[in-house]
Design a binder for this molecule. Structure first.
Ligand SMILES: Cc1cc2nc3c(=O)[nH]c(=O)nc-3n(C[C@H](O)[C@H](O)[C@H](O)COP(=O)(O)OP(=O)(O)OC[C@H]3O[C@@H](n4cnc5c(N)ncnc54)[C@H](O)[C@@H]3O)c2cc1C
Length: 1009
């Protein structure tokens, strides 16, 4: 018997032979497209620019805009192509009307290569041709990313219409192989599950399924009546479990249990694909009805890798191409060995993968008409023909839709076709030999020290750098703590368990901690759950003046020793605290859900930020802790180094109850100051937890003191205190300005000029340019404005839209806001929870009334719980820059939308505020993006992404004007605010003799003995 490899090679050779009989270049459409692709494969930078240009083109309405963008994208290219491109652009500029149209026509042609028809009628022409060629079809409706339930309803309606249309138009068509229609109905529809529910939250699969199932049932019912096959396509990893669970739930329902014409996709590039497939097969056997699995490698490889790396998640996809190929083959075997219950559809253009499935099918004695090969429209035409000639069943995946909504699909195909790793490029463009193309992928997987392509071994090297290295970006000297990935069931379960556990201890009492001693006093403040204000989260001691005095004295006394403690010891304290937070992570998040109404992911990212502050500041201290030579000069050495300032008073807000408190306190601690930590009254239990963590981490008595209390009672007293040297404050402008002023007065007996680190509010603007990608702009604007109820100082409150886009933006924005889930954040899928307390509730409602009197109320959410401090997300239009709702900080889920004539006016409006904290800009014009980067007045300017969610080390955070004193939390120079620089110079010459070398760094100055 011949080996499987020999069989594969034989079949592969046969396919290649047939393919070569009808030679066709990779890009079957000659001319423009072929030339662009060839250039893209030669030059990576050209490829990036080209894909970006293709991406923006459909949204450009005027020819002049098209040529303008062409110019911006390509003229400053510095490579071999530059002269060619420049000539083209110059020519285009001469007659923009013609060249604009020409470009649009060419790119549309390019899209038509992958999009089988503009609409159901149009696609029938393609399907008829394929039918004659004995190729079946599955049709997929292209659409914009859905941002609202209105849009999901439209998608569901279009699916139903398409279904009817296809069934009607193919009436009487026979099976291409004249056999097996009971397994392979003629009409086959591929459905994008994400397009049927706009609020899918990976943390809440039950909610997603509850919304998706009712949308799908009518489609399935009608498909069943019409004899149509329905396939659930698979999208990004975060949707995977939901799609699998939904499939299993729906097709187990009595109505659909006996229906065999349902299929789902398994992506072989996922590490857990085999487990998912085996689970599906077990499910199918219990159901006792056939179903289909389309096996593919997966279309979101780059996205999964980028997203996971950004969030610190383990990467769910294989990192080596042969690993995906080998897994595809392993899964092919699982499928074919279970042919009695599951029909296999192999979705690949790779001749090796295809030949493997064929050879294995024969080895297992499976008739070739009982499985099929599926290939994409516009790709690998000769392979399709070859398979048909060999008597295999072939189905083509045919996307239908307009160019604009089809753009992301088109870009994915372009990426795939030009990928260095891809089979199609290797065979049809790079002419790689058959022998190489048919190699066994298992033999090609490279071993790495931590196992093949281990996701956790990626990009760690840069973090092994020691903290003192100066030639790397400051954010690279440590590794950000990962976010919890709530797409995993285990994370969901741990969070639910933590919520139960924290709920059980609500109402506990918490003391002050001064000098390491727990101080119980009668005066307490109840911290309430804003979702249920009759629920006490904790009763926290409220310090008075005597306790404040005691805390200052204790901190002062502790300073002598702590300030002389080696910085390495102080840095380790922070790292131990981070490790404890990691251990107690879910518990701390759960507490935030109860105490400040944070949705799950928001709470988790607060804890992540706190850990990041600890780790980042520890590393930063190592960078600056050692005295550093100022200049090489013979005979003398001067070392620059820092001393701590003294006693630091840390006053924190409730909106990032652990992160900000922790960030300011750790910056003070690691630099050698002693600290009095005053949390906000509304989040004092979170503060108590942080204190507990530092005690467990081993903070010496008196170095960190926990002093909750009312700002009006102890705040002013401490700020004015002669023995407080430094105040780190984050909070309202009103209080911040008072502190700033008061700290400027020198009190009798005061040793130091007080340093104030002051971060206040914002009135943040986002501009949407006329060529912006609205799928992104709407989703990110909604999240920036209403995530955590608009109670982040970075939150969006002024959305400035260029006139040309205004109506379209508004329409989608309002329906997206109407789709938001508002409710108790104990439920995992809530985006909008309650505002912090009664005062905030009343203040925000008052602003809404002001808004109604000044502007036009365009939207107010209808579905808001009656109990708790829930404010309906609200949007105003017809807003003018001088109105109060545009000038004053509201700190709640209220958004004003302003119309701007052009970018000049938009930037003027954005900058026309007292504040300068965050800002955003959505655009695909490189020139406009550069302008926004240069001109927008904000401490943090975000392009084409949300304006909230700063990450420590990556986005050092803080503003200027009335937003703050220009300091950057989580930035490389933040610790300097907590330090006093000092220079020590020594004449090292003795009788004209001096050492030749002076070290760049030296040990800390210490008293010997
Ligand atoms: C009919 C059909 C339907 C499809 N439906 C879906 C779907 O619903 N969902 C979906 O996600 N995909 C789907 N795909 C798959 C996807 O769109 C690509 O076409 C497919 O992944 C390309 O694989 P290939 O075997 O043709 O080519 P190959 O060139 O052999 O493989 C390319 C693939 O290998 C993987 N890869 C590339 N680089 C690496 C690397 N460094 N490490 C590990 N893996 C790597 C990627 O998945 C990449 O797409 C479908 C494909 C077809 C043909």
């Amino acid at each position: 018997m011949r080996s499987l490899q020999t069989e594969i090679e034989q079949r592969g050779a046969r396919i290649f032979e047939l393919v070569d009989r009808h030679p066709e270049p990779l890009f079957s459409k000659a001319g423009f497209y072929q030339r662009l692709m060839a250039l893209s494969m030669r030059d990576e930078r050209f490829k990036v620019q080209m894909f970006r240009f293709v991406d923006v083109l459909p949204s450009l309405r005027r020819s002049g805009d098209i040529v303008q963008h062409l110019d911006e994208y390509f003229t400053d290219m510095r490579n071999g192509l530059a002269p060619l491109v420049r000539t083209g652009v110059r020519a285009a500029k001469i007659v923009p009307w013609i060249s604009g149209q020409l470009l649009r026509w060419n790119v549309s042609g390019m899209a038509r290569q992958f999009i089988a028809g503009k609409n159901p009628d149009d696609v029938m022409n393609t399907l008829r041709k394929r039918h004659e060629q004995r190729i079946g079809f599955t049709v997929d409706l292209l659409g914009e990313a859905v941002v609202s339930e209105k849009e999901t309803d439209e998608y569901a309606t279009r699916c139903l219409e398409l279904l009817e249309h296809l069934a009607r138009e193919t009436d009487g068509w026979s099976d291409p192989l004249d056999d097996g229609t009971e397994l392979f109905p003629v009409v086959n529809l591929s459905v994008k599950i994400s397009a049927l529910y706009s609020q899918t939250n990976p943390a809440d699969p039950a909610d997603a399924i509850a919304h998706l199932a009712p949308k799908l049932r009518p489609i399935l019912r009608r498909a069943k009546e019409l004899g149509v096959f329905i396939n659930f396509d698979m999208e990004s990893f975060s949707h995977k479990n939901i799609t699998l669970d939904l499939f299993k739930a729906l097709f187990a329902e009595s109505e659909f249990r006996d229906w065999p014409h349902a299929g789902i996709v398994i992506q072989a590039y996922l590490r857990d694909a085999e487990k998912d497939l085996v689970d599906l097969i077990d499910w199918g056997r219990a159901r006792r009805t056939r179903f289909t699995v389309r096996l593919v490698k997966g279309a979101y490889w780059d996205y999964e890798k980028i997203k996971s790396t950004q969030n610190g998640w383990s990467i769910p996809v294989y990192l080596q191409k042969p690993e995906s190929d080998a897994n595809f083959e392993a899964l092919s075997r699982v499928l074919l060995e279970n042919e009695s219950i599951v029909t296999a559809a192999f979705g690949s253009h790779n001749v090796r993968s295809i030949a493997h499935a064929q050879a294995l099918g024969d080895e297992l004695g499976i008739d070739r008409t009982r499985f099929e090969f599926q290939l994409l429209y516009g790709m690998a035409g000769p392979v399709k023909r070859a398979l048909v000639e060999m008597g295999y069943r072939v189905r083509e995946y045919c996307p239908v839709g307009e160019l604009l909504p089809g753009m992301s699909y088109l870009v994915r195909r372009l990426l795939e076709n030009t990928s260095n790793e891809g089979f199609l490029r290797a065979k049809f463009s790079d002419n790689v030999s058959e022998k190489i193309l048919l190699r066994d992928p298992n033999g090609l997987v490279r071993e790495s020290p931590n196992g093949a392509g281990n996701p956790d071994s990626v990009s760690k090297d840069r973090h092994l750098l020691d903290g003192a290295s100066l030639d790397v970006p400051p954010g690279d000297v440590y590794e950000n703590a990962p976010l919890v990935n709530f797409a995993y069931q285990q994370s969901q379960e741990e969070m639910r368990a933590a919520l139960r556990q924290v709920r059980a201890r609500l109402g506990k009492k918490y003391p002050l901690v001064i000098g390491g001693e727990r101080v119980w006093i009668d005066r307490t403040t109840a911290s309430l759950n804003p979702s249920a204000p009759d629920e006490i989260v904790g009763d926290v001691a409220a310090a008075g003046i005597p306790e404040a005095e005691r805390a200052v004295k204790t901190a002062r006394d502790a300073f002598a020793k702590w300030s002389r403690t080696p910085f390495e010891e102080r840095a380790r304290l922070l790292e131990r605290a981070a490790a404890i937070m990691e251990r107690r992570r879910y518990e701390l998040s759960a507490l935030e859900v109860f105490e400040v109404g944070k949705p799950w992911a928001e709470a988790d990212s607060d804890i992540r930020e706190a850990m990041d502050f600890c780790l980042f500041y520890a590393q930063q201290m190592r960078r600056i802790g050692r005295p550093r030579l100022t200049q090489h000069v013979p005979g003398e050495e001067s070392y620059y180094h820092y001393w701590p300032r003294g006693v630091a008073l840390v006053i924190a807000p409730w909106n990032f109850p652990i992160a900000i408190l922790c960030g300011m306190a750790t910056a003070a601690l690691v630099t050698g100051n002693t600290v009095i930590m005053k949390p906000a009254e509304q989040s004092a239990v979170c503060g108590a937890m942080l204190m507990e963590i530092f005690e467990e981490a081993g903070v010496p008595p008196g170095v960190l003191n926990f002093l909750p209390g009312h700002g009006s009672v102890i705040g002013a007293h401490l700020v004015d205190h002669k023995d407080v040297d430094l105040i780190a404050f984050t909070g309202s402008r009103e209080v911040g300005l008072k502190i700033w002023e008061s700290a400027g007065i020198t009190r009798p007996g005061q040793r130091e000029l007080k340093r104030v680190v002051c971060e206040m509010g914002g009135k943040n603007a986002v501009i949407i340019d006329s060529d912006a990608d609205l799928d992104e702009a709407i989703v990110d604007s909604i999240y920036s404005a209403f995530g955590y109820q608009g109670q982040k100082c970075s939150a969006l409150s002024r959305l400035i839209v260029l006139e040309e886009n205004y109506d379209r933006v508004l329409e989608r924005l309002l329906s997206a806001a109407a789709s938001l889930r508002v409710g108790n954040p104990e439920e995992p899928g809530m985006t909008v929870g309650p505002v912090i307390d009664k005062t905030a509730y009343e203040r925000i409602l008052n602003y809404i009334e002001i808004g109604k009197s000044e502007a036009t109320l365009a939207f107010q959410h209808q579905n808001v719980p009656a109990k708790g401090y829930f404010i309906p997300p609200t949007i105003f239009v017809d807003v003018k820059p001088n109105m109060r709702i545009v000038r004053e900080e509201i700190f709640g889920p209220v958004l004003s939308v302003l119309k701007a004539r052009d970018l000049d006016e938009a930037v003027k409006i954005a900058n026309g505020t007292d504040y300068a904290l965050t800002a955003g800009f959505f655009s695909r014009s490189p020139a406009n993006i550069e302008r926004a980067k240069a001109e927008i007045e904000a401490g943090n300017v975000y392009i084409n992404r949300s304006c909230t969610g700063a990450v420590v080390g990556r986005h050092p955070f803080g503003g200027f004007k009335m937003s703050g004193g220009g300091t950057k939390a989580g930035g490389e120079d933040y610790l300097l605010q907590f330090l006093l620089p000092r220079v020590v110079t020594e004449n090292i010459t003795r009788h004209g003799f001096a050492p030749e070398e002076t070290p760049l760094y030296r040990d800390e100055f210490r008293v010997r003995g």
